[in-house]
Design a protein around this ligand. Structure first.
Ligand code: ZN
Length: 187
C-alpha cells in the first residue's frame, strides 16, 4: 500500500485533473498544487465556474453545439447568414472556425463520423437532424440553401460527407466541401 501524503479531497482533485486531455498524473499533481496555492485567485473561481457550467451547459437542440443558452448563441444570432450551414464533426471544429472568424453562418455538429469498424452508424450521429433542418428551412428561389461539409479529410470524414451528400440529394440545396477540412481542436 502506498502512503498517502494528502487528504482524500486533494487526491480526488488530482485524479480528476489527470483525466484532462494533455495532463498525466504527474502534471495533474503540479496543477492541483498550483490551484491550492492560488486558492482565492484560481481554485475558488474555477470551482464556481465549473459548478455553474455543469448546471447550465446543454447541447443545442438545433445544431448540436454546446452552450449555456438553448438554442445556442450562434443559432440565435440574427446577424449570421441563415441560409448557409457549415457541417462539422465536433464542437472543437466549430470553436476553431469561430476563433479563426472563418464562418459567419450557422453550423451543424455531427458528433463524430461514420465508422462501421467502430460500430458508429448514421443513427449515432446528428445526421437525421441535419436533413430535417435543411428540409424544413423555407426555400428562397433566388438563393438556394447551402450546406458546407467541413469534415476532416480522413476516410471516415469522407465516407460521412458522401453519405450526407446522398441524403441531401433530393432537397433544393447546394452542397460544397471545405477541401481540407479543419484541424481538430486546432489552436
Ligand atoms: Zn445551435
Amino acid at each position: 500500500m502506498s502512503t498517502r501524503v494528502t487528504g482524500p479531497e486533494i487526491e480526488t482533485l488530482i485524479q480528476l485533473l489527470a483525466k484532462m486531455p494533455g495532463l498525466g498524473p504527474r502534471s495533474a499533481r503540479r496543477a492541483a498544487l498550483h490551484l491550492i496555492k492560488k486558492k482565492d485567485q484560481i481554485l475558488r473561481p474555477l470551482a464556481n465556474a465549473a459548478a455553474e457550467a455543469a448546471e447550465k451547459v446543454d447541447e443545442c437542440i438545433t445544431c448540436g453545439n454546446v452552450d449555456t443558452a438553448n438554442p445556442c448563441t450562434i443559432c440565435m444570432d440574427i446577424k449570421r447568414d441563415r441560409n448557409v450551414i457549415v457541417v462539422v464533426e465536433d464542437v472543437a471544429d466549430l470553436w476553431a472556425l469561430e476563433r479563426a472568424k472563418a464562418v459567419n453562418s450557422l453550423y451543424h455538429v455531427l458528433g463524430g463520423t461514420l465508422s462501421p469498424l467502430d460500430g458508429i452508424g448514421p443513427e449515432d450521429l446528428n445526421i437525421d437532424q441535419l436533413i430535417t433542418r435543411v428540409a424544413e428551412t423555407p426555400s428562397n428561389p433566388e438563393k438556394p440553401m447551402e450546406v458546407i461539409l467541413a469534415v476532416n479529410a480522413t476516410v471516415e470524414g469522407q465516407t460521412t460527407a458522401h453519405y450526407i451528400t446522398d441524403k441531401l440529394e433530393d432537397l433544393n440545396v447546394r452542397i460544397t466541401r471545405l477541401a481540407h477540412g479543419v484541424p481538430v481542436g486546432g489552436e
